[in-house]
Structure formats: C-alpha cells, structure tokens
Design a protein around this ligand. Structure first.
Ligand SMILES: [Zn+2]
Length: 240
C-alpha cells in the first residue's frame, strides 16, 4: 500500500485510466488503472486531488494501480472553478517537483493543507499560491538563504535580495543596484521556510507585502525552475 493522492487521471482506451500518484513512500508513481472508468469499478474514486491509500503492482515494464481506499476525496473543490484552477496548478507543480522512488511526505502534507486552505476560503487564493510555491522550493532544497548576509554573515539589517548570490545581503554589503527587500516580505519568506506545512496557511498580508513577496518568488522560480505549467493558462484567467 502506498499512501498519498491522485495528481492526475487521464483516460486511456475505453475503460481505463493512466494515474499519477504522489505518495509518501515512493514519491511520484505512475500506473495503469484497468477498468477505472467502468461505473462499478472501485477505482472510479481515483479522481484528481483524492487522498487515500493505493494498492499497487510494480511490473517490469509498467505499474498498475490495483485498488484504492479514498479517505479525503476533495470533491468539494469541483464546485468552485477558481479552486479547481488553483488545485490543478498545485497538483501539476507537485508532479513536476516530486522525485520518483523517494519519500515525499512533506510535499503531500503541503498539498493537503493547501487544498484545505482553498476550501476554507479564509486566505486569498494568490497568497495560498505564494506560500505553496515557495514551500515547494524549500522542500526541493532550492531556496534562498534568508537568515544572514551572504557577504559578511551579519544577522541584522538585511535589506537586499540577490538572485545572483541566492539570498539576502545586509544594508552595508548590498549594492544599490540590487533588489531591496522589506522587513515584512523577508519575515514572510523566513516564516514559510521554517514553518511546517500544517501551520502555514493561517495568515494574511498587506497587499503591498504580498505583491513584493510574489515578485521575489516569481523571480526565483524564473531563475531556478524555468518551466511553464499548462494549468497556469487558467490561473491567469482566475487572477484577472
Ligand atoms: Zn553584509
């Protein structure tokens, strides 16, 4: 049994599906689900965003999903189109960053709480996205150093953000050409870095701080993960 969630489920042939799971035990796991589109199939519950445990068979040439026991189907997401777009983006991002054959417990926890946050409706969706994206970089180990000046080690007066150096610089070491970072945006990114997923989605930000942090995260992504996700086309519509 693998514990995790369905990232995508694509129809194959008349009755089957190709399913991509994100699992605690083995990271990204793709498999064929025979008969999963037959109305009476127990595998019909393998819809995107469904969390549970999955019995799998690892073949020499391909894997199969044999059965599924869904604990959190997240079907409520489909009632809200914006939530669907954001959730699809989160799932696509998880599938892109997740390793195969390696434990991905923290990434699953992050996806789970991000979907919960979309349903709770207490945090603006773009902020949920910001937190989700940045924490994904942290889980992948590709994130900026935010806790001390990269030139002199100074822990205070951190005032600049350098993509080039991969983190922050203090007010004496930073060059005026470098991007400035406000104390509030820095604190937000530090908070996301060190806080476990289950405690991440419980705050709001002033609009200008959120926009600043979004700019930094977008720049980071452009530099280290330059990939355009299909689901972003819809997100652009949601954010207009
Ligand atoms: Zn310095």
């Amino acid at each position: 049994m693998l514990r995790g969630c369905v990232l995508s489920a694509a129809p194959v042939g008349e009755y089957d599906k190709r399913i991509v799971l994100l699992t605690r035990e083995k990271g990204k796991f793709s498999g064929f689900a025979r008969g999963a589109r037959r109305p009476r199939s127990q595998l019909i519950t393998c819809q995107p965003f469904a969390f549970g445990s999955f019995e799998v068979f690892e073949g020499k040439h391909s894997n199969s999903i044999v059965s599924a026991k869904i604990s959190h189907p997240f079907t409520e997401i489909s009632a809200n189109l914006s939530a669907v777009w954001y959730a699809s983006y989160f799932a696509e991002l998880a599938g892109y960053y997740a390793a195969e054959g390696m434990e991905e417990a923290e990434r699953i926890d992050l996806l789970y709480v991000a979907l919960r946050a979309l349903l709770a409706g207490k945090m603006p969706y773009p902020l949920i996205k910001l937190v989700y994206e940045f924490k994904s970089f942290v889980i992948s180990g590709e994130y900026p150093n935010l806790f001390g000046c990269l030139s002199c080690g100074n822990l205070d007066s951190l005032a600049y953000f350098s993509y080039e150096k991969g983190g922050v610089l203090c007010s004496s070491c930073g060059d005026v050409m470098e991007r400035r970072i406000s104390a509030a945006a820095l604190y937000t990114l530090q908070f996301i870095t060190v806080t476990p997923p289950e405690k991440l989605f419980s705050f709001t930000l002033k609009q200008e701080v959120q926009m600043e942090a979004e700019g930094i995260v977008a720049g980071w992504r452009k530099r280290f993960f330059p990939h355009r996700f299909k689901s972003e086309d819809y997100l652009d519509l949601a954010e207009e």
